[in-house]
Design a protein around this ligand. Structure first.
Ligand SMILES: Cc1cc2nc3c(=O)[nH]c(=O)nc-3n(C[C@H](O)[C@H](O)[C@H](O)COP(=O)(O)OP(=O)(O)OC[C@H]3O[C@@H](n4cnc5c(N)ncnc54)[C@H](O)[C@@H]3O)c2cc1C
Length: 417
């Protein structure tokens, strides 16, 4: 795959990428009715893994070495954009399994860990999840109270996480805990480990075709070789995962907006009131034009952010090939790495902040265009409205992203979070 186009900000896709995206489109169409049924019945969509596994989407940005398709992050973002048209619920499955699931391992795991966990995840044999948030540590994960201690060849974890996406079905998840020296480390957890408990979180407002779980670690014993990255660097790993998470949410949000626009156009061209179709009313056209601006502005932010993230990925992958001590080098404040990471982090925060607010606005406008016809969950735009509330909260609540962006501009001493 050549990235030369990416550096010139040319978002045209190759024939090969086009073919893949057509497969994603077909998979989305084939699953549409079942996804709606699962959503309305509040069941996990059992067709997601087989349908998308067949076309390799379960490992889209993961190296071919581990069974993935090895696509660049921009192509992955295009695919998530298409999946987003089917709803945030379906897209969240991919964010949890791939973006903050497998990509964390691709980025930080050692070779043995990658060979053990990634092929099963890219093939869909095992589903992944990311367990960071705790009941008393949401926007401030640095205040987490989940603890680990060392005993012989094992780490013993104790504590609680919640809202973990794919948490009831995951076979493997990454999690984060505080050690006796107060520093936070990252771990890979097999969910059949002794002392691991997952319980479904019920009564959700939306995202009804995927499950979120509360996780309890009760003297949960995991082997020492499941430490992810360097001991004490867990928060940095979690924050790097959130770059990929935010990007995936933002990419999916574009699809949500596109679906809201398409549905609104169809409805407004059919529905007659006061002698003409709604599409001829100027106030309805204002809703449609706002959606168009929201879609196009979000696209540029997301695609640009994907390019920045790809550059960071390429730099780290090159370093891994040339220097076996790459983790130590990055930890010692490699200047180029810091600059590439800061840029990817900033652009992903901007893209997520803008695209998620824009998606909620589009869904709200679409509901208004449908009027009473949108007051039932059977309507697609209604589901987009309910699900888009979550994306303003998770992967960094939007207020916190605003504060992050302001303090990046003002300097650390102005940090308001
Ligand atoms: C549907 C869903 C799926 C999720 N999936 C996952 C998952 O897979 N894995 C995982 O680890 N977590 C997951 N989460 C958790 C999610 O990341 C957190 O909900 C999020 O980080 C916010 O934390 P909180 O809910 O505790 O809110 P709080 O941190 O309590 O924040 C509440 C409000 O206060 C605001 N706020 C917080 N701090 C400040 C400040 N300093 N200044 C101004 N305002 C502030 C926030 O913006 C927010 O509006 C999920 C959450 C939801 C709802």
């Amino acid at each position: 795959m050549s990235y030369s186009n990416l550096s010139k900000m040319n978002f045209e896709i190759s024939d090969d990428q086009k073919k893949f995206l057509e497969q994603v489109d077909q998979a989305c169409k084939s699953i549409r009715e079942h996804e709606t049924r699962c959503y309305l019945e509040e069941k996990s969509n059992d067709m997601t893994v087989p349908t998308f596994g067949k076309i390799g989407m379960l490992g889209c940005p993961i190296s071919k070495k581990y069974g993935g398709l090895g696509y660049d992050i921009l192509t992955y973002a295009f695919a998530l954009e298409r999946i987003g048209r089917e709803g945030n619920s379906l897209r969240t499955f991919f964010s949890a399994h791939v973006s903050i699931g497998q990509m964390v391992l691709q980025n930080w795991a050692d070779e043995e860990q990658k060979r053990k966990y990634l092929p099963d995840a890219t093939s869909g044999k095992s589903i992944m999840a990311f367990a960071l948030t705790e009941p008393d540590a949401g926007s401030d994960p640095g205040s987490m109270t989940t603890k680990f201690e060392e005993k012989g060849d094992s780490f013993i974890l104790n504590g609680k996480k919640h809202w973990v996406g794919n948490g009831t079905m995951a076979k493997v998840m990454t999690t984060y805990a505080r050690g006796p020296d107060d520093r936070i480390s990252a771990f890979i957890v097999d969910t059949d480990s002794k002392g691991f408990h997952a319980e479904e979180m019920k009564n959700k407002m939306g995202l009804l075709s995927i499950k979120n779980a509360e996780i309890r670690f009760e003297n949960c014993m995991i082997p020492k070789k499941n430490l992810l990255g360097t001991k004490g660097k867990g928060l940095s790993i979690a924050y790097s995962a959130l770059i990929d998470g935010r990007l995936s949410v933002a990419a999916g949000a574009i699809g949500v907006m596109k679906d809201c626009l398409d549905e609104s156009i169809k409805h407004s061209q059919k529905r007659q009131q006061h002698g003409t179709v709604l599409a001829k009313k100027q106030l309805i056209q204002e809703h449609l034009s706002s959606m168009i601006v929201n879609i196009e502005s979000s696209r540029w932010l997301v695609y640009r952010s994907a390019v920045a993230r790809q550059k960071l990925h390429d730099y780290v992958e090159n370093l891994k090939e040339s220097d076996s001590q790459w983790q130590e080098k990055l930890n010692r404040e490699d200047k180029e790495y810091s600059a590439l990471r800061a840029r990817a982090d900033r652009l992903a925060a901007i893209a997520k902040l803008h695209a998620t607010n824009a998606a909620f606005d589009c869904a709200n406008r679409a509901v208004q265009i449908f009027g009473s016809f949108a007051y039932q969950k059977t309507n697609r735009v209604t589901r987009h409205f309910l699900d888009s509330r979550a994306i303003i909260i998770y992967e960094g609540a939007n207020e916190v992203l605003k504060l992050k962006l302001a303090s990046l501009e003002l300097g650390d001493k102005y940090q308001a979070y």
